[in-house]
Design a protein around this ligand. Structure first.
Ligand code: LLP
Length: 389
């Protein structure tokens, strides 16, 4: 399976870098488009997962919308060709300039996370003589059973408005005139690999919709957010997530009303498997109890293992020798700069190329310059052969 990596080309590039397999990305996009089209579901790619301009442009060319959480993401999405009418804007802390940008660009919807935010959007829209489309992000109090840093829909979380405040929201909406309620929005968390939390979500959504219908509010748009997980253990045999099962469960249990649109905001499930972080072995170091592989990539390039204890499959692309047990670490001056402990890898040598797989989502975009390190560059499978290097 290592053949998928053009190592000879890699040898001419400065490591570490991100390598994206555009074929996998396009196959993933085709699959999700086919599955979503069956039910007329609308997809907004969550830009936060990966805002690399080339990746964004491939996704926008496939006809998807964009889910943004900052003014910077709105700009990146527009530059990559996402039409403003397919851009939604979420986030608990939208600054005034970001709200202004959204209004000036006529984005399709603000996913509102608090009553004070609703009032500010109304003021800014009124000053511009515009009407802002808003969806209320409701905290559904559903536990996604995922890592606590990436769960968003429980009472403990800062996201969304608790349903017990919905009457206050409706009263506020009645008292302001520069916003138009066009729907509701949820997002319960990320890297969710069981269907059960999603089932709990649509049960809540049905309850909420029923209540709002009694209050004579028709929900034109219902946005179920993102969250579908990927198979970090088996990126080769399972590169495309089960979008079929994901949409099927919503379709089966959440009946769409006439004139209603259902939206999703997947991030990780679209870009996760197409990216790998490629790094070179600097040293193989014998410790008292452990054998370390010291890579030239650190948590500055891929923070997920250090930050969330996340697993990324590691492969030695340069060696077929018998396996040994290693701790794989980076060069950053922090003991948390470790990618994996006691993993089996083909025998490693200085100069070997390593791939940290499934790094397309929340990899490059979360890179940083701690220790004055450079940000990693990116290369793409469909253009690396033409690189003049
Ligand atoms: N919609 C909203 C409102 C979100 O907050 C998120 C992710 C998504 C959609 C996309 O979720 P996805 O389909 O990618 O699961 N940095 C963490 C993940 C943080 C996710 C934040 N919100 C990680 O590396 O695991």
């Amino acid at each position: 399976m290592k053949k998928q990596f053009p190592i000879e080309k890699f040898k001419k590039l400065q490591t570490p870098f991100y390598y994206y397999d555009t074929d996998i990305l396009k196959k993933t996009l085709n699959t999700i488009a086919n599955e979503a089209n069956k039910y007329n579901y609308y997809i907004h790619y969550a830009v936060k997962a990966n805002a690399n301009p080339r990746i964004l442009s491939i996704i926008s060319q496939a006809g998807f919308g964009a889910d943004c959480v900052s003014g910077g993401e709105i700009r990146a999405a527009l530059e990559a060709g996402f039409p403003a009418e397919k851009i939604v804007f979420a986030g608990v802390g939208k600054a005034d300039w970001e709200i202004e940008l959204g209004l000036d660009e006529d984005i399709s919807c603000f996913n509102v996370e608090s009553i004070p935010e609703l009032e500010v959007i109304n003021q800014i829209a009124a000053a511009k003589g515009k009407i802002a489309n808003v969806a209320i992000r409701i905290n559904p109090e559903v536990d996604a059973h995922t890592h606590s840093h990436i769960t968003t829909g429980t009472k403990e979380d800062k996201f969304g408005i608790n349903f017990d405040q919905i009457n206050k929201v409706i009263n506020t909406l009645d008292s302001i005139s520069s916003v138009k309620l066009i729907g509701i929005h949820f997002h319960i968390g990320s890297q969710i690999n069981e269907i059960e939390p999603f089932a709990a979500l649509f049960v809540k959504a049905i309850e909420i919709e029923r209540y709002l219908t009694q209050r004579r509010i028709f929900l034109e748009n219902i946005n179920f957010g993102g969250g579908l997980g990927i198979d970090y253990k088996h990126p080769n045999s399972n590169p495309i997530p089960d979008f079929k099962a994901w949409f099927e469960i919503f379709h089966k249990h959440f009946p769409t009303k006439p004139g209603q649109k259902i939206h999703f905001e997947p991030g990780r499930s679209i870009v996760g498997q197409c990216g790998s972080l490629i790094s070179k072995v600097l040293y193989v170091k014998e410790g008292s109890f452990r054998r370390f592989v010291v890579l030239d990539a650190g948590f500055t390039d891929l923070i997920r293992p250090a930050f969330y204890g996340a697993y990324h499959k590691i492969e030695n692309l340069s060696s077929d020798e018998a396996q040994d047990i290693y701790d794989v670490v980076g060069p950053v001056c922090e003991s948390s700069d470790s990618f994996a402990k006691a993993v089996k890898l083909n025998k490693a040598h200085r100069g070997d190329y390593f791939a940290l797989r499934s790094a397309g989502a929340y990899g490059e975009i979360m890179a940083m310059q701690y220790n004055c390190r450079s940000l990693p560059k990116s290369y793409f499978s469909d253009s690396i052969q033409d690189l003049k290097i």
